[in-house]
Design a protein around this ligand. Structure first.
Ligand code: NDP
Length: 389
């Protein structure tokens, strides 16, 4: 059977027509959106891209400006240009065409773009907004891929999606868009003091591998693996759960450490089958003993994040029958703390974290570590005696 052609030109035309209508409405209200495109030097491919972007802006009614500094521009000179554009009222979007010449510090330039004008969606603040599902600017190619799927009626929910590539520009953001569907958390805490590592700014720093505050439980999981000599690079890791607190950040940390990562959730088809592929299985679900032996490949490393208060006697029997110590606790207290992994998994796994006494203590240890890191990061070079290697 011949494949249906997903016509990018047709879909892009639909979107452009919708955008043009919005521009007309905004212009009638006295607001004409403006885009500044910075093209450094004479890279032929970049010139073609920029020409297309400027032409398209004109077609939809967006005011556009093309700035073309010479190939030998310095980082400081380019920074000055970006800062000037950040302050200009009639410029709503700033696009720095990549690649920049080798003498220019590209990361520094992209970080300098006002996140509110970062129409490429590459700034860590927008990366964090994307990951935590807040309103922000989403990178154009990943957003386009989702539009192609959506507008062609191709279902996403419950499907198995494989993304080959993990760049900040395509791979990671498209994976995040495909995973998304969880709840939101507060962002009032100053990111520099956010020792929980949940603020979108820190989420964006984590995703783009910059120095920031990493959520404690995911950071603790990596410490357990590293300090137990369990290899991560090249391993197949499966994370069950996609919360902003555990699932997503631990998936990102594992990707950044060169594992091949699958993220599962309540809409995943054949969960046991997917879990059985794992060399490293992380269970962050919140359902006592859900991961039974048939979810686990013999010899796999199993990290049990779950902390569930088990009070139902039948559930207690299913999980802990024959465990004298647990029976004693249950009789005395009427409850016991159980993980997401059934105790029988210890018979097939190569390594496993207990509950209690596994991930939990690491969460607290990493909170201590984050507090010291925050103290150092906030004071920068002012306290060199604090900076350990
Ligand atoms: P959330 O409730 O925010 O997320 C649970 C995730 O599990 C969701 O992504 C959900 O999918 C998925 N899930 C729920 N049911 C199923 C199912 N039947 N099949 C597949 N996936 C499912 O929980 P958290 O991430 O905050 O916490 C997870 C567990 O870890 C909890 O037990 C919590 O107490 C514990 N925890 C332990 C810590 C520690 O220090 N040890 C620290 C933090 C958490 P969907 O998104 O589709 O709803």
């Amino acid at each position: 059977m011949a494949a249906t052609l997903l016509d990018g030109n047709k879909i892009a035309n639909e979107i452009r027509a919708e955008v043009a209508a919005e521009v007309r409405t905004l212009s009638a209200a006295g607001v004409r959106p403006g885009l500044a495109v910075i093209l450094v030097g004479n890279n032929p491919a970049s010139e073609i891209y920029v020409r297309g972007k400027v032409k398209s802006s004109e077609e939809v009614g967006i005011y556009s400006e093309r700035l073309t500094p010479a190939e030998n521009i310095t980082t400081d000179e380019l920074l000055e240009l970006v800062l000037e554009l950040n302050h200009r009222e009639e410029i709503d979007g700033i696009l720095v065409q990549l690649p920049l010449p080798p003498q220019v510090d590209s990361k520094k330039i992209l970080m300098a773009v006002d996140p509110a004008k970062d129409v490429d969606g590459f700034h860590p603040v927008n990366v964090g907004f994307l990951s935590t599902q807040r309103s922000g600017l989403v990178p154009c190619t990943p957003a386009g891929i989702i539009e192609i799927l959506k507008r062609s009626g191709i279902p996403i929910a419950g499907q198995e999606a494989v993304v080959v590539g993990r760049s900040d520009i395509v791979g990671k953001p498209v994976a995040m868009l495909l995973i998304n569907g969880s709840k939101k958390i507060l962002m009032a805490v100053d990111p520099a003091k956010d020792v929980d590592g949940f603020h979108p700014v820190n989420v964006g720093f984590l995703s783009t591998q910059r120095s920031g505050l990493v959520p404690c439980t995911p950071a603790g999981i990596i410490e357990i693996l590293k300090r137990s000599g369990i290899p991560i690079a090249g391993q197949e890791a499966v994370v069950v759960g996609r919360s902003d607190i555990v699932g997503k950040p631990v998936a990102m940390l594992l990707i950044n450490r060169n594992a091949t990562v699958t993220v599962c959730h309540s809409k995943t088809r054949d969960l046991p089958g997917v879990c059985r592929r794992a060399d490293i299985l992380v269970a962050a679900i919140g359902r006592a003993g859900m991961i039974t032996r048939d979810f686990v490949k013999p010899g796999a490393t199993v990290i049990d994040v779950g902390m569930n208060k088990v009070t139902d006697p039948a559930e207690f029997q299913r999980l802990f029958a024959g465990n004298a110590k647990r029976e004693e606790t249950f009789r005395l207290k009427g409850s016991t703390l159980g993980g997401d992994v059934h105790p029988e998994v210890a018979e097939v796994a190569g390594a496993i974290t207990p509950v209690p006494g596994g991930v939990g203590p690491l969460t607290i240890a990493m909170l201590m570590s984050n507090t010291v890191k925050a103290a150092k990061l906030r004071r920068g070079s002012r306290v060199p005696e604090l900076s350990r290697a």
